[in-house]
Design a protein around this ligand. Structure first.
Ligand code: FE
Length: 349
């Protein structure tokens, strides 16, 4: 009896011990699960998203930050041994390029297809948009009446001669805009448009979108084409001179009586050779969640991709609703190269 009891308790102890071992193994595995994120984003607030993801899934996020072209080059040179699981960057043009380089793999996720509008994701699931950025007309309020403005196409009208400043055609944002026009008009017509636009330039292209807004506020040009978040950034700045610049300009959403304003994305996809594929898909799904969406969009004053997620108040003050061009981001991403060629021919430096 004594012996049997001893045996029984021995077995119980062994069972408990085995269970403990299993549990600690599971914890160890969970703690060892990682996601290697290659991101061209560099916002402190993104850290809150990574922490939220780790809290929810137990998966640690290893972050590699660099500009998009460097990250794409790095994944290419690392080849089959690349630790990269997810590539995050801005502009459909760049995501398209990564896809063309065969760096991304298709993902089928009902969570992602339900949350992200169809126009903001690549139809094959190679990449998904997590924020929306509208490319709008920003004008000097003393020199331009909103009623004078209508469409991107109208900016080639000679009435704007010597009044337009815009950044270089070498920048992907303008290539995507011209790429979107290529989906609507013949290449000849878009080239004609680019020629007309160039003829209306107040100066040769220089500087980034912020520099264009500053030039418009200073009266070096009457209007420009920029992404909304650059205006919001100036309006929210702690520097009085930035606020002053923002107060001098207005935001106009073009093509409202037509197909809508050009909307680009920031987004990402799962790397083709991802060693942690499941974690990568989980991460993209997490980015589409309401809590991540609010932080992700707010960090750069963008519109969330997921409808119903919270939108920044200052951004909203420039337009509560506007009609968006429903053109799929993959279409203008793909058109980038052709767009650049015709902008070149039109003399858009
Ligand atoms: Fe930008």
């Amino acid at each position: 009896m004594k012996r049997r009891l001893f045996l029984a308790s021995g077995a119980a102890i062994a069972a408990v011990a085995a269970h403990q071992l299993l549990k600690s193994n599971e914890t160890a595995i969970a703690q060892n699960r990682v996601l290697n994120l290659y991101s061209a984003r560099h916002y402190d607030s993104d850290n809150a998203i990574y922490e939220g993801f780790t809290k929810k899934t137990g998966i640690r996020v290893n972050l590699v930050e660099a500009d998009a072209d460097k990250l794409i080059e790095r994944i290419k040179s690392e080849g089959a041994n690349s630790p990269a699981d997810v590539l995050l960057t801005v502009d459909a043009g760049r995501l398209w390029r990564a896809q063309q380089e065969n760096l991304l793999q298709p993902v089928q996720s009902s969570t992602l297809t339900a949350a992200i509008p169809a126009s903001l994701r690549e139809p094959g699931g190679h990449w998904f948009g997590f924020t929306r950025r509208a490319r709008v007309i920003v004008y000097n309020k003393d020199r331009v009446k909103p009623s004078d403005l209508s469409t991107y196409e109208d900016l080639a009208n000679p009435k704007w001669k010597g009044r337009i400043v815009v950044r270089s055609s070498s920048h992907v944002y303008n290539q995507s805009l011209a790429g979107a026009l290529l989906a609507k008009h013949s290449p000849q017509k878009v080239e004609e448009w680019a020629r007309g636009l160039v003829a209306n330039f107040a100066r040769p292209p220089e500087g980034n979108d912020t520099a264009q807004i500053k030039a418009v506020a200073a009266g070096q040009g009457d209007l420009t084409i920029v992404n909304t978040y650059y205006v919001v950034r100036l309006a929210k700045s702690n520097k009085p001179e930035d606020k002053e610049i923002a107060s001098k300009v207005g935001v106009f959403f073009p093509n409202q009586n037509e197909q809508g304003t050009h909307v680009n994305i920031s987004g990402g996809g799962v790397v083709r050779t991802a060693p942690n594929r499941d974690a990568a898909v989980q991460f993209l799904e997490y980015l589409a969640s309401p809590e991540a969406q609010a932080i992700f969009a707010a960090s750069n004053n963008e519109y969330p991709a997921v409808k119903g997620a919270k939108v920044d108040e200052v951004l909203l003050s420039y337009g509560k609703t506007f009609k968006e061009d429903p053109l799929n981001a993959a279409v203008f991403g793909k058109n980038n190269a052709d767009a650049l060629k015709l902008m070149d021919r039109a003399g858009w430096k």
